[in-house]
Design a protein around this ligand. Structure first.
Ligand SMILES: Nc1ncnc2c1ncn2[C@@H]1O[C@H](COP(=O)(O)OP(=O)(O)O)[C@@H](O)[C@H]1O
Ligand SMILES: [Mg+2]
Length: 299
């Protein structure tokens, strides 16, 4: 099933592509990056955790973010979703500044309403799935459609069912989270985010809380989303996924993007010492089978 095609066909703003004026206006914003981050800085108390991050994410691009623990990966994603304020720089979503507005030539914090408007098309999936335990899978996906999007019960149910189908859980709509595996719960959380028809999905270590044998089913759903053209930023330790799916891999170290490039360049030709060390640690942890001299080298 093509999630993105489904979404765009139901989007209220979609216009027939044959109408010249509509396609002309639609192509202009499409040319701009979906997300544009310029010199982003963020401190917690005395500690500057983002120290000047520049990043662009184009439409339909999949960006995987890797890096050591504490390097600022979650903070970066949280700034993109307006779950965290930032101190300096710009975060633009589809050309619009997030979190701030200009008044009398000065930058001031934007209102909640304005922030929600700009971040409306950003979906996020966390390491902890945070499903409501007292609601079924279907209820969890419907919740924000009813409360935030104010859909009718029938429309919310229809869309929620379609999203559960997208993540391969149409048959689990009536199940409560406690009766679902971690992988299934995370797929419900993905369905819940997709139901809001985001233009970009942010994933913060979506498989890190899962038992190893459940990781694959979640990555599979994410791969399908990527194939369908979803724009995605994924913080992950799944290097195989990053190598296969990412258009761009970003290595964050100590609050800065130290390296970014195509997966092949980042993984195979890593010259930057901190990146080399990071990847070496990863390979050391994951190498469990050596047979001879040829196989003792990390990939
Ligand atoms: N709400 C917060 N208050 C204080 N310090 C924080 C907060 N959130 C994150 N930090 C600190 O910011 C740094 C970066 O954290 P984080 O973005 O979570 O890193 P990562 O996701 O790469 O592991 C860490 O040193 C962390 O302890
Ligand atoms: Mg993190």
């Amino acid at each position: 099933m093509n999630v993105i095609a489904d979404m765009s066909s139901s989007a209220p703003s979609s216009a027939p592509s044959s109408a010249p004026s509509a396609s002309a206006t639609a192509s202009a914003p499409n040319a701009a990056p979906l997300i544009e981050v310029r010199d982003l800085r963020k401190r917690f108390g005395d500690v500057e955790v983002l120290r000047g991050v520049d990043l662009e994410i184009a439409r339909s691009e999949v960006v995987c973010v890797i890096g050591p623990s504490g390097s600022g990966k979650s903070t970066l994603l949280r700034c993109l979703a307006a779950l965290e304020t930032y101190d300096h720089g710009d975060v633009r979503i589809e050309g619009e500044l997030l979190g701030y507005t200009e008044r009398n030539g000065k930058r001031v914090s934007a209102s909640h309403g304005e922030i929600n408007r700009v971040r409306r098309n950003v979906g996020m999936v966390f390491q902890q799935f945070n499903l409501w335990p007292h609601m079924t899978a279907l209820g969890n996906v419907m919740e924000a459609l009813l409360r935030v999007r104010r859909l009718s019960h029938d429309d919310a149910r229809r869309r929620a069912n379609a999203m559960l189908e997208t993540v391969g859980l149409a048959h689990k709509g009536d199940a409560y989270p406690a009766r679902l595996s971690g992988g299934q719960q995370q797929r419900v959380a993905i369905a819940r985010a997709l139901a809001m028809e985001p233009h970009i999905m942010l994933f913060d270590e979506p498989t890190s809380a899962l038992d190893p044998e459940l990781v694959g089913e979640v990555l599979q759903v994410m791969k399908q989303l990527a194939r369908d053209g979803m724009t995605m930023a994924v913080v992950t330790h799944e290097m195989g996924f990053a190598a296969q799916v990412a258009d761009k891999v970003v290595f964050i170290d100590q609050g800065r993007i130290a390296v970014q490039g195509k997966p092949r360049d980042v993984f195979h030709d890593a010259a930057q010492p901190r990146l080399r060390q990071f990847l070496q640690n990863y390979f050391d942890r994951n190498a469990f089978w050596t047979r001879g001299p040829a196989d003792t080298q990390p990939l």
